[in-house]
Design a protein around this ligand. Sequence first.
Ligand SMILES: [Zn+2]
Length: 75
Amino acid sequence: MSDNRVVQGRMQTPESLAELIEGDGVMDAEPIEDADDDCPECGENVISVGYMPSALEFVTGYKCQECDWSDTDRD
Ligand SMILES: [Zn+2]
């Protein structure tokens, strides 16, 4: 797959990026995209990935490519 991205110096697939954001395993993940926002912590590029932590839930996760910051669209 060509949509792997380097995050904090490590190559991440959509699945591994989603697991990094979730802190747990995920069932499925969509291709990584560029988010329109800069990181609130360091100002670097933020990428997003849609994923399913379980069969009943779809979450969009956000992760800075340069620091530990991450977020999801959960309330
Ligand atoms: Zn950052």
